[in-house]
Write a protein that binds this ligand. Structure first.
Ligand code: DAH
Length: 379
């Protein structure tokens, strides 16, 4: 074998290896096939490269050996992640879908207690992302300004840091506050875990806002973070599109508008086609046919560096969505305050638009039967 053809051959095999590492098995059988592909003898990928290494001229041996070792290490990392995901996947599949209608457990004549709309929406979001291979992570609601702001690249003079916008518990040494978003969980996770990292972080956040129909001092977000080798905007878009179609229904369209967040570059806002009017324009979508549901972007290299993750080797995407907003859209609730009033009728009377299953619940919505509300008329 000539040295030119053998060198291109081993390079091709290494490349093929990395391509396979980027796939995700979804069943134990696929996991076994991947293992076979890499480690079986004599035809597995490692064995084939080893064979070329043995026959290579001395000056090439070092290069091939180094590439093979790097691929082996990457394989071992992925292997651990795959195994964990497959195990969690099996658990999720076995877990009853929390959004299915409840079983009648009370006496006849009494309506069984449904989940609070926020809880049902939160469960639904988590279930969809867990099926996409995301883990659930949690962080504290009381944070330091390092996690809430500095590590996320939010500059000293950013308005969010003002007392008018954030609830401070202690002003100095170091400042301590009620977290204003779930993004600090990104930092806490990246400090502890090495890529591949794929988590969502649901939780409560606080802002010093005047309470109104649209804003509250407390609300919920779900943060998402995916960091690995070769993560691109295509991964971000396909993941969030998959989420939108499962949450709002298969015909949902999405669009990504360029935006700005200090911790992502580039940053986007994602809109979904308004499922209430089918994109034709109504009061909920302010006649635009589109509804904004989340902020997202590619993790800024400075943020990775703050967590000792090498941005030359790894990239990632992140997103954050408001759970109240999704709940209000699903249930056609127009005043956010209703969600925090412990309303008696949540318990005894399910709302009209109870989510039934992630894919199908919007079929339950009947916008054409809805009478215009006072808010609609004012628009
Ligand atoms: N933390 C942002 C907020 O509360 C939302 C957000 C935007 C989260 C972009 C992200 C992101 O992870 O990439 O407004």
């Amino acid at each position: 074998m000539g040295s030119v053809s053998s060198s291109t051959q081993w390079e091709r095999l290494i490349e093929e290896g990395y391509q396979r590492l980027n796939t995700n098995p979804s069943t134990p059988e696929e996991l076994q096939q991947l293992k076979q592909f890499f480690t079986s003898k004599p035809n597995g990928l490692f064995a084939r490269i080893q064979q070329i290494l043995r026959e290579a001229p001395p000056e090439e041996k070092r290069v091939i050996g180094k590439a093979l070792n790097a691929l082996r290490t990457a394989y071992q990392e992925r292997w651990q992640a795959w195994k964990t995901v497959i195990t969690q996947h099996a658990e999720v599949q076995a877990f009853p879908d929390p959004t299915l209608p409840g079983v009648w457990t009370t006496l006849p004549g009494l309506t069984p207690c449904p989940s609070h709309p926020l809880t049902a929406t939160l469960n639904q979001i988590c279930t969809i992302f867990m099926r996409l291979g995301f883990w659930i992570a949690e962080g504290p609601e009381i944070e330091t300004d390092w996690y809430n702001f500095t590590a996320l690249n939010i500059p000293e003079d950013h308005p969010a840091r003002e007392m008018q916008d954030t609830f401070y518990i202690r002003v100095d040494d170091p400042p301590v506050l009620l977290r204003t978003h779930t993004s600090p969980v990104q930092i806490r996770v990246m400090e502890k875990m090495r890529p591949p990292i794929r988590i969502i972080a649901p939780g409560r956040v606080y802002r010093n806002e005047t309470v109104s129909a649209r804003a509250h001092v407390q609300f919920h977000q779900v943060e998402g973070l995916y960091v690995d080798r070769h993560v691109t905007i295509a991964d971000l878009k396909s993941t969030l599109n998959a989420f939108a179609r499962q949450f709002f229904g298969p015909a949902t369209r999405t669009r990504f508008r360029i935006s700005y967040f200090p911790f992502t570059e580039p940053s986007f806002e994602m809109d979904v086609s308004c499922t209430l009017c089918d994109g034709k324009g109504c009061a909920v979508c302010k006649r635009t046919g589109w509804v904004e549901i989340l902020g997202c972007g590619m993790v800024d290299p400075a943020v990775l560096e703050n967590c000792q993750i090498d941005p030359e080797q790894y990239s990632g995407f992140a997103f954050g969505m408001g759970v109240e907003r999704l709940t209000m859209l699903s249930y056609r609730i127009e005043d956010i305050r209703r969600l925090f009033q412990a309303e008696w009728h949540w318990r005894v009377q399910p709302p009209v638009h109870v989510p039934v299953s992630p894919a199908g619940f919007h079929q339950k919505m009947r916008p054409e039967e809805e009478k215009p509300t006072e808010a609609d008329k004012k628009e």
